[in-house]
Design a protein around this ligand. Structure first.
Ligand code: S3P
Length: 180
């Protein structure tokens, strides 16, 4: 693997559906670049003093989305880092605009079967609590993929070891930075 430790001078923001691998890939990418890693959902939970699941349950999705906007807005102003966002964040026009303006956005695109398999490993995602995950994820793909496609970089998050996906992300970032 070629070395490219020099990191971009702005945040790298990972977007994509639940199960796309944003946290797993993001954490390792940050290590590679020697940058801090932040998971937006974790920060939202920290700010609220309770889990994302509890925020949805106790205060509703709108409260979560408001917190998401505040937290991501703040983090984007805190210098270069790798930031994993929750699957709904890039759907918000204001958040999307801020990301486009201040960061390099990377969509980790995964197909339905992969998302179903990966999301089945956790049971704390509020949007997958009610209803059939295949149906929910399928309709989120229809709704969100055309919007995620507006990210600066698109990388397929296939069923391969994380190192392979990270290598693809690094190469794509390099190409993006060198583009005229
Ligand atoms: C959501 C995805 C979750 C979390 C919240 C809502 C979404 O994050 O932000 O449950 O709207 O897709 P992950 O994508 O990290 O699971």
């Amino acid at each position: 693997m070629t070395s490219d430790p020099k990191h971009p001078d702005k945040p790298i923001v990972l977007v994509g559906l639940m199960g796309a691998g944003k946290t797993c890939i993001g954490r390792r990418l940050a290590t590679h670049y020697g940058l801090p890693f932040t998971d937006a959902d974790e920060e939202i939970a920290k700010a609220a003093g309770c889990s994302v699941e509890d925020i949805f349950e106790l205060y509703g999705e709108k409260a979560f989305r408001d917190g998401e906007k505040r937290v991501i807005g703040r983090l984007l102003g805190e210098g270069p880092r790798v930031l994993a966002t929750g699957g709904g964040a890039f759907m918000d026009p204001e958040i999307r605009g801020r990301i486009k303006e201040n960061a390099i956005s990377v969509w980790l695109r995964a197909d339905l079967e992969i998302l179903i398999e990966r999301t089945a490993r956790r049971d704390d995602r509020p949007l997958l609590k009610n209803g059939d995950p295949r149906a929910v994820l399928g309709s989120l793909i229809d709704e969100r993929y055309p919007v995620y496609a507006g990210a600066d970089i698109v990388v397929d998050s296939d069923d391969v070891p994380p190192e392979e996906t990270i290598a693809k992300v690094r190469q794509a970032i390099k190409r993006y930075l060198n583009a005229p």
